[in-house]
Design a protein around this ligand. Structure first.
Ligand code: FAD
Ligand code: SF4
Length: 689
C-alpha cells in the first residue's frame, strides 16, 4: 500500500510545516530525492500507511500549518503517523545525514588499544584509591555441598527423551548444551525460530524507524507469530522479551554482571525480604565457567565487585560518552567501572568482534553479541541435542504418581504433539514459565502447593536522566548496553528512607529519530518547525543517559496470572501482568534520578531531561521462587519443584530477590550449577515408569 499523488501533495505540505527550511537545512520536500526516501519510509512502516492516508484524505490542504497543529492537539495517532514517516524519510536521506554529521550506525570497529586509550591519564585512579563503597561486611560463606561424581543416563529411548527443555533462551540453552555434552538425550521445544544476523536492522538506514515497531522488544507491539500477547492493563510496566532460539538474549543489551555476595543475603544483613538458599560462593565457579562460555569482555579490579580471573576478552572501549561520565563521577568521588559485556570485543574463531554499531538491543547485525544462539546452541547441536522450533508448549503432562511425563506442544501446523521425557526443564522466563506452570496440572497449576507460582514478580523498574553536552561525544556509538556502570547507590542504606538501591549504566542515545523522540512531550512550537533542526544540532551525538534500574522487592501482589479472555494465536490463555510501582520504589527512583542529575551536572551537562522508561520491564524475575521450605517456595535450591521432583525451572523465575544487577549472568550460572547437579545425581533422579 502506498499514497496517491493527491495524498503525496498534501503530505509534503504538512511535512514542510514539521520540518521547514532554515538557512542551513532544507525543508522535508526539498531534501533531495525526497520521494524516494518517502517511499522507503512507507515501505519500512506499512503499519502506518492507512492511518497516514486517513489523515491526508481528511485534510484539504488550504492551511497546512493550522492542520498540522490541529492534528498535534486532537489526533495523536494521526499526528504520530505523519511525524514518523516525515522524520523517518528525512533522516534516512544520506544528504541530510551528511549535513548533520551523522554517519549512521554502520561499521566503526574499535582500534586495537582503544579501551586502554579511553582510560588514559589515570581516569580510574580515584575509583581505585577510594576502594569499596559499602561498609556492609560480606556475609559469612555458607558451606558448599561437595560435588558427587556420578554420571549416567536416564531411561530415554525411542520417542521418549531423557530430558525435555522448554525454551531455548538463556537458561534453557545452557542446560541443553551441558546435558547434551554429558551424553543425555535432550529435546528442546522452542516456540520461536532461528534468527539471522543479516536480518537485524541495526546497520540499515531504517533501523530507528522500525525499532519500536516490528523490531520492538515489546511483544504486544511486535506481534510476530512466535509471540504471545500480554494483558498489561494492571501494570505500568510491560515485560519485554524475545521468543526465538537464543530467547531474550537476541534483544538483550548484553550487560554482564554478577550478583555480589551480599545480594544473596538481604534478610541476614538487613532484615529485608529473603535470603537466597544458596550463597555467592556456591555460584562462583559457575559464574567463572559461564563467563568463558559466553565469551565475556571486561576488566577485573573493580573494588566493588567480587575478585576473580579476567574474562576471556579485553573490555570494550568506554568511548567519549563513558569518559565524560567518568570525569563527572570522579569529580563527586562516586564509583564507576568499565562495564563487562556478553559481546566479543575481538573475533573468536569465526565469530565476529564488535563494530560499535550501538544497536545491540535490536539484534546484533554483525553477529558479535554472545546471544545464546551463537554461544550455546552450536555446541548443544553438535553433541546431539534436538531442537524443535515453532513448538509452543501448552501443557506439562503428569502421571498419577506426582511426576512430570513430558509436554504437549502445538506445532507450526497447529497440531498438538507430545514429547515424553524422564525430566522436564522449564526455561520460558519469569512470565512464560509462570504461564506454563499455571496452564498445567489442573486448576491451581503444577508445582503450586505453596500458592506462589506467578507471585513475587520483579521487573527492575527503570528510568534515566539524559545529559546534553556542548562537545560532540559521538553519542551514537555502541555498545548499547552500557559503557560504564556505577554501584555507588546500589546497596541498602537505611538513612535514605527506602529499601535497597539501583545499578546505574551509561547508555548511548542512537541517531536522529531516537534523539528527537526525547523531545516528544514538548509543545508543538518547541518540538516542530525550525526548532527541529536546533534540537538535532544540540543533542545528536552530544548526549548520553545515566540509566537507573532499581532493585524492587518480591511482593506477592505483583503477579503473572492467566487472563480469562485474551489468548495467543493457538487459543492458549495469555498471561496477565499485575504490578504496582509502590511508594518505596517511587522514592528509590526519585532518589536515584536526583543523583544521576548531579552526576551529569558534575560532568558539565548543559541540560538534563528525565526519561520515564517504566513501560519497559527488561528483567522478568521471581515467579517460581527458589527456597528450602516447600511452604514458602516453588523450587528447591537445585531448582527442582518441591511438589514434582522431576520438574526443574532454570530461568529468572527462581530468583528469591532481584538484586540490583542485570540478571542474565546469574540466570546462566545458576542454570549451569543445577544442570551439573542433575547430571551428577542422574541415578538418584525420580523418573516416571
Ligand atoms: C531489550 C532487552 C534488553 C535486555 N538487556 C539485558 C542486559 O543488558 N543484561 C542482562 O543481564 N539482561 C538483559 N535483558 C534480560 C535478558 O534478556 C533475560 O534476563 C534473559 O534472556 C532471560 O533468560 P530466560 O532463560 O529466563 O528467558 P528468555 O531468554 O526470555 O527465553 C525464554 C524462551 O522460552 C521460550 N518459551 C516461553 N514459553 C514457551 C512455551 N510455552 N513453549 C515454547 N517455548 C516457550 C521463549 O520463546 C523464549 O525463547 C534484556 C532483555 C531485553 C528484552
Ligand atoms: S555488539 Fe552491539 S555495538 Fe557491537 S557490533 Fe553488535 S550491535 Fe553493534
Amino acid at each position: 500500500m502506498t499514497l496517491t499523488p493527491e495524498q503525496r501533495l498534501t503530505f509534503w505540505a504538512l511535512a514542510d510545516v514539521l520540518i521547514p527550511a532554515t538557512d542551513t537545512m532544507p525543508a522535508a520536500s526539498e531534501a533531495g530525492s525526497a520521494e524516494k526516501w518517502l517511499d522507503r519510509a512507507l515501505a519500512a512502516r506499512p503499519d502506518l500507511v492507512s492511518t497516514l492516508a486517513r489523515v491526508l484524505d481528511a485534510t484539504d490542504g488550504t492551511d497546512p500549518e493550522a492542520e498540522a497543529r490541529r492534528l498535534h492537539a486532537e489526533d495523536p495517532d494521526g499526528f504520530s503517523a505523519l511525524a514518523q514517516i516525515a522524520s523517518g524519510g528525512y533522516y534516512m536521506n544520506l544528504k541530510i545525514r551528511k549535513r548533520i554529521g551523522y554517519p549512521g550506525q554502520g561499521k566503526r570497529p574499535p582500534f586495537s588499544d582503544e579501551a586502554e586509550y579511553d582510560l588514559r591519564e589515570g581516569l580510574l585512579d580515584p575509583v581505585l584509591a577510594r576502594g569499596p563503597v559499602s561498609a556492609t561486611p560480606p556475609p559469612p560463606p555458607d558451606p558448599v555441598e561437595p560435588a558427587t561424581l556420578l554420571s549416567f543416563s536416564l531411561s530415554g529411548n525411542g520417542d521418549k527423551a531423557d530430558l525435555v527443555v522448554i525454551g531455548a533462551g538463556a537458561g534453557g540453552s545452557v542446560a541443553a548444551r551441558h546435558l547434551a555434552e554429558a551424553g543425555f538425550e535432550v529435546v528442546c521445544l522452542e516456540q520461536g525460530g532461528w534468527e539471522n544476523a543479516s536480518d537485524f536492522t541495526g546497520d540499515k538506514l531504517e533501523w530507528e524507524l522500525v525499532a519500536d515497531a516490528q523490531w520492538s522488544p515489546n511483544p504486544n507491539t511486535r506481534r510476530h507469530p512466535s509471540d504471545y500477547p500480554l494483558e498489561v492493563s494492571g501494570s505500568p510496566i510491560t515485560p519485554v522479551m524475545y521468543n526465538a532460539v537464543g530467547g531474550s538474549t537476541i534483544h538483550f543489551a548484553a550487560q554482564w554482571v554478577r550478583l555480589r555476595p551480599h545480594d544473596y543475603k538481604l534478610r541476614t544483613l538487613h532484615g529485608i525480604a529473603d535470603d537466597w538458599p544458596i550463597s555467592y560462593e556456591e555460584m562462583k565457579p559457575f559464574y567463572e565457567r559461564i563467563d568463558q562460555e559466553m565469551q565475556i569482555s571486561g576488566m577485573t579490579g573493580d573494588p566493588n565487585y567480587p575478585p576473580g580471573p579476567p574474562p576471556l576478552l579485553p573490555p570494550l572501549p568506554i568511548g567519549a560518552i563513558g569518559r565524560r561520565a567518568a570525569e563527572g563521577m570522579n569529580e563527586l568521588n562516586w564509583h564507576w567501572w568499565p562495564a563487562a559485556h556478553a559481546i566479543r570485543s575481538q573475533e573468536v574463531g569465526n565469530l565476529a568482534g564488535c563494530e560499535r554499531t550501538g544497536t545491540c538491543m535490536w539484534g546484533c547485525p554483525k553477529g558479535a553479541k554472545s546471544s545464546t544462539d551463537t554461544t550455546m546452541w552450536p555446541q548443544a547441536l553438535a553433541h546431539g541435542a534436538k531442537l524443535v522450533t515453532g513448538a509452543r508448549v501448552r501443557e506439562i503432562t503428569t502421571n498419577g504418581n506426582g511426576l512430570a511425563t513430558g509436554a504437549i506442544y502445538v506445532d507450526r501446523d497447529g497440531q498438538d504433539q507430545e514429547q515424553k521425557a524422564d525430566v522436564v526443564i522449564v526455561a520460558g522466563n519469569g512470565v512464560g514459565t509462570a504461564r506454563l506452570l499455571l496452564l498445567s496440572g489442573g486448576e491451581e497449576g503444577i508445582a503450586n502447593s505453596s500458592g506462589l507460582v506467578g507471585k513475587r514478580l520483579m521487573l527492575h523498574p527503570y528510568m534515566s536522566v539524559l545529559g546534553i553536552y556542548e562537545d560532540d561525544l559521538e553519542g551514537w556509538l555502541g555498545p548499547w548496553g552500557t559503557q560504564l556502570l556505577s554501584l555507588e547507590f546500589a546497596d541498602h542504606d537505611p538513612s535514605r528512607g527506602f529499601p535497597l538501591g539501583a545499578q546505574w549504566d551509561v547508555m548511548p542515545l542512537g541517531g536522529p529519530l531516537f534523539t528527537l523522540f526525547r523531545y516528544d512531550d514538548l509543545p508543538f512550537d518547541e518540538r516542530w518547525g525550525p526548532t527541529v533542526h536546533d534540537l538535532t544540532e544540540s543533542t545528536l551525538g552530544h548526549a548520553f543517559d545515566w540509566g537507573v534500574g532499581i532493585e524492587d522487592l518480591p511482593h506477592e501482589s505483583n503477579t503473572v496470572t492467566l487472563d480469562p479472555e485474551l489468548t495467543d494465536s493457538d487459543g492458549i490463555p495469555a498471561p496477565r501482568i499485575t504490578f504496582t510501582i509502590d511508594d518505596e520504589m517511587r522514592a528509590n527512583l526519585d532518589f536515584q534520578l536526583a543523583r544521576a542529575q548531579e552526576a551529569h551536572e558534575a560532568a558539565g551537562a548543559v541540560k538534563t531531561i528525565v526519561a520515564d522508561w517504566s513501560q519497559w520491564g527488561w528483567h522478568l524475575l521471581g515467579t517460581a521462587r527458589m527456597g528450602d521450605d516447600p511452604a514458602t517456595s516453588v523450587v528447591d535450591r537445585w531448582c527442582a519443584a518441591h511438589d514434582v521432583p522431576n520438574l526443574y525451572v532454570l530461568d529468572g523465575a527462581v530468583f528469591p530477590t532481584a538484586g540490583p544487577m542485570a540478571p542474565t549472568a546469574t540466570i546462566c550460572a545458576n542454570s549451569l550449577r543445577c544442570t551439573e547437579r542433575l547430571i551428577e545425581r542422574a541415578r538418584l533422579q525420580p523418573v516416571p515408569a
